[in-house]
Design a binder for this molecule. Structure first.
Ligand code: C5P
Length: 215
């Protein structure tokens, strides 16, 4: 199967030297990409700026901003069997990044942020989507309830819910997988590499099931 996987954060420029971003390390997305390669799948990895070793054997596309990641995902999604949106795409970006470095002053500085485009939602709303669509939900409260709202709102097939406090920039994770039909499955706390291996099996099975239903 062919997997498209997004990983890491995005950075939204304030000026040429400053940006808005988040604490995502890219470890979960890269572990998923490595697990897919180990299971002999083809992988396109679209990665934000990360400091981890990227899996060898994947086709790598770098994306710095949410807009770059949006374009890279849409350029590659159609011929994939499974799209796993694991990146922590920055939700807001400065409306007008300054062309030159902002000068320090003594007054408060107001930064107007506008929403970025939601990549997962845009894939979920594609009319003729053939691929299995997987989203992630990093939450700090009401984890499963919020994840279910995302599953429905973004029209995914699967949402992987995790606790942002445990998952972000950590080597371990613990996840609950929510399926479209209401089924849930838990993977208990383990190294991200181990969790990723189980996730790949689950995604590949779910994709097989979709295909069987369609024929
Ligand atoms: O709504 P929230 O950002 O928490 O949803 C998380 C899921 O949505 C993740 O799968 C993430 O990759 C995806 N997402 C996206 N584009 C955005 C924001 C989030 O693809 N702009």
């Amino acid at each position: 199967m062919k997997f498209l996987i997004t990983a890491g954060p995005t950075r939204e420029p304030i000026d040429p030297v400053r940006y808005v971003s988040n604490r995502s390390s890219g470890k979960m997305g890269c572990a998923i990409a490595q697990a897919a390669l180990d299971a002999r799948h083809e992988v396109v990895l679209i990665s934000g700026p990360v400091d981890v070793d990227l899996p060898r054997g994947a086709r790598l596309v770098n994306a710095n901003t949410a807009d770059e990641m949006f374009d890279a995902v849409h350029a590659n999604a159609r011929d994939c069997d499974v799209c796993v949106m694991c990146a922590a795409v920055t939700d807001y970006k400065p409306e007008k990044p300054a062309a030159q470095k902002l000068k320090k002053g003594t007054e408060a500085l107001l930064l107007k942020l506008v929403p970025t485009r939601d990549i997962l939602r845009s894939l979920g709303s594609m009319q003729d989507r053939q691929f299995l669509l997987v989203g992630f939900a990093a939450e700090t409260e009401n984890i499963e309830k919020n994840a279910l709202t995302k599953l429905r709102g973004k029209n995914c097939d699967i949402i992987v819910a995790n606790d942002a406090n445990l998952a972000m920039d950590s080597d371990e994770n613990e996840v609950t997988i929510l399926f479209r039909d209401g089924e849930t499955q838990k993977i208990s706390r383990a190294a991200k590499k181990i969790v990723a291996r189980q996730l790949i099996k689950i995604f590949a099975n779910a994709r097989e099931k979709c295909l069987t239903k369609k024929t």
